[in-house]
Design a protein around this ligand. Structure first.
Ligand code: VG1
Ligand code: CO
Length: 543
């Protein structure tokens, strides 16, 4: 089959963000747009001739079209094997596992995660390296540089591959293999967790509600929770992946999973509620009567992980992204483990996991995971919680209370200002950066600023530096406000404000979060002038 070199011209806007390139579907539908980015990925890599490439996505609108293009291009560029999840489906953590399990050179994941899907909504492309994790900045920078100079892409003429039938076909010189998207992942979960114990818990009447949000985790959750663990049919809701996620945001937070939250707070609440996002890497955990913040969930999972067979040997270390609360730090301190603080985005955990420095990682944005793959993993977090609940035979709320009584409680919230004018958001950050030296020593009400900086990360494994990763305002007593701009949005800017206050173990552990951090919320405006810069007087989303 002849390989065709198609002339093209660069698009100026193909800079990958926190997690790959994300744009509106019509942007991706421009002739050559996806092809340019995919070729820029291939042009930034070395030595993949004859190697395997994994391709899968979260099933959103435009998934199949880009997969067909990517198959032809991967074959034309010289990959030897192309592994694809049936139906074009692979959750992000499952893709990570498939890359590792089959020794693939890398993988292309098609997703815009928790962003809505549909003809006018979001799409995304991300490249993962051979460890199964998101490409590090060195590679994403190279991809972007290439995208600004690209003048041709390679493809070939071949019929569309039938994505819905297992088995092998040839495209050019490559073997294309359609695989079961769930089987390898489910087997990995069985290795890590005590399925017998969880089955016994469920058999004893423990009730679970899992909302797959019409996104990719549906088939995974149905197979694992219902078929393998014996939860009754209907435990998994919205379990069929839809190209537009049923018109919803597949974002497992208190705003977009409000129905589940309300149910969990109601009189007939199940024992355990959970949800995951568009591509299956995020998780929401709600016990009967208690929402567990993602930062707390990370800390509680780390403190109890040894109860699951996969972690019985203990943890090597814990890693969290900088804006994630310090709850995990308290656990690390208590258990005598190293704690790593990284910039936002899972790509920064890869080196720590590969080097065996960290076993469990997490982000405040509902991402938790471990060294079993190199992505955050929504269902993994749910299963680890269930394993812990099956061993401890306590409710989520009891486990949380005991945790706080031992480690103290980090009251925490994130305020998002979405769709803000980009120039105004940039000015706000520039002004804030300009005042960092002047802030320490000043007071706002009863709060005194102790330190202020722009977070920079020095990777202890490869020595790389990442600067300007978020502005930290640290107060006397350990409270903290962090400001950063989102790197995953597709229109305007999103300002994220992370607010945290630590209450020691002998303090008041039973307050309402909003009330516990009210003075810090009030200080946000004084420090950053969000209303002055953007006209916004309240956040759009509080998580
Ligand atoms: C957000 C979260 C970050 C997460 C990233 C990708 O990034 O804050 O913690 O790693 O999304 O998650 P940002 O730059 O918008 O704050 V996902 O589930 O969208 O792949
Ligand atoms: Co996601």
């Amino acid at each position: 089959m002849t390989i065709r070199e198609v002339p093209t011209t660069p698009f100026a806007d193909q800079k990958p963000g926190t997690s790959g390139l994300r744009k509106k579907v019509p942007v991706f539908q421009q002739p050559g747009y996806a092809e340019n980015f995919i070729q820029s990925i291939f042009d930034s890599l070395d030595g993949f001739t004859g190697e395997a490439l994994v391709i899968g996505g979260d099933g959103r609108f435009h998934n199949r079209e880009v997969i067909q293009a990517a198959i032809r291009m991967a074959a034309a560029n010289g990959f030897g094997t192309i592994l694809i999840g049936r139906g074009g489906i692979l959750s992000t953590p499952a893709a990570s596992h498939v890359i590792r399990r089959y020794g693939a050179f890398g993988g292309i994941i098609l997703s815009a995660s928790h962003n809505p899907g549909g003809p006018t909504e979001d799409f995304g492309i991300k490249y993962n390296i051979s460890n199964g994790g998101p490409a590090p900045e060195k590679i994403t920078d190279a991809i972007f540089a290439r995208s600004t100079a690209i003048d041709r892409y390679l493809t070939l003429d071949s019929a569309d591959v039938d994505l819905d039938r297992d088995g092998e076909t040839r495209v050019g010189g490559a073997v294309v293999r359609i695989i079961d998207p769930v089987a390898d992942y489910a087997a990995l979960m069985e290795q890590l967790f005590d399925f017998d114990a969880i089955r016994a818990l469920i058999g004893g009447g423990f009730r679970i509600a899992f909302d797959a949000m019409s996104a990719v985790t549906g088939p995974y959750a149905t197979e694992i929770l219902e078929s393998r663990l014996g939860a009754p049919a209907g435990t998994v809701r919205n379990g069929v992946p839809l190209p537009d996620f049923g018109g919803h945001h597949p974002d497992p937070n208190l705003v977009h999973a409000k129905a589940l939250y309300d149910e969990m707070m109601g009189p007939d609440a199940p024992d355990f509620g959970a949800a995951s996002d568009g591509d299956g890497d995020r998780n929401l955990i709600i016990g009967k009567g208690l929402f567990v913040t993602p930062s707390d969930s990370l800390a509680m999972l780390a403190a109890n992980a040894h109860l699951a067979p996969g972690y019985a040997r203990g943890l090597a270390g814990i890693a969290r992204s900088m804006p994630t609360s310090g709850a995990a730090d308290k656990v690390a301190e208590g258990l005598g483990l190293p704690l790593f603080e990284t910039p936002t985005g899972w790509k920064f955990f890869g080196n720590l996991l590969d080097a065996g420095k960290a076993t469990i990682c997490g982000e405040e944005s509902a991402g938790t995971g471990s060294d079993h793959v190199r992505e955050k993993d929504g269902l993994w977090a749910v299963l680890l919680w269930l394993n812990i609940l099956a061993v401890r035979r306590q409710s989520v709320i009891e486990i949380a209370r005991e945790h706080w009584q031992r480690f103290g409680r980090n009251y925490y919230a994130r305020h998002d200002y979405e769709g803000v004018d980009s120039a105004a958001a940039d000015t706000l950050m520039v002004e804030l950066r300009g005042r960092l030296d002047a802030l320490p020593g000043t007071g706002i009400g009863d709060l005194r600023i102790e330190a202020a900086d722009d977070f920079a990360y020095h990777d202890p494994v490869d020595g790389s530096e990442s600067r300007k990763q978020g502005i930290r305002i640290l107060f006397e007593g350990g409270s903290r406000i962090v400001f950063r701009l989102s790197g995953t949005g597709t229109s305007g800017a999103t300002i994220r404000v992370y607010i945290e206050r630590y209450e020691p173990a002998d303090g008041d552990l039973d307050r309402e979060t909003g009330e516990a951090i009210a003075d810090l919320i009030a200080a946000v405006e004084t420090i950053a002038g969000i209303a002055r810069h953007t006209g916004r007087t309240a956040p759009d989303v509080v998580t």
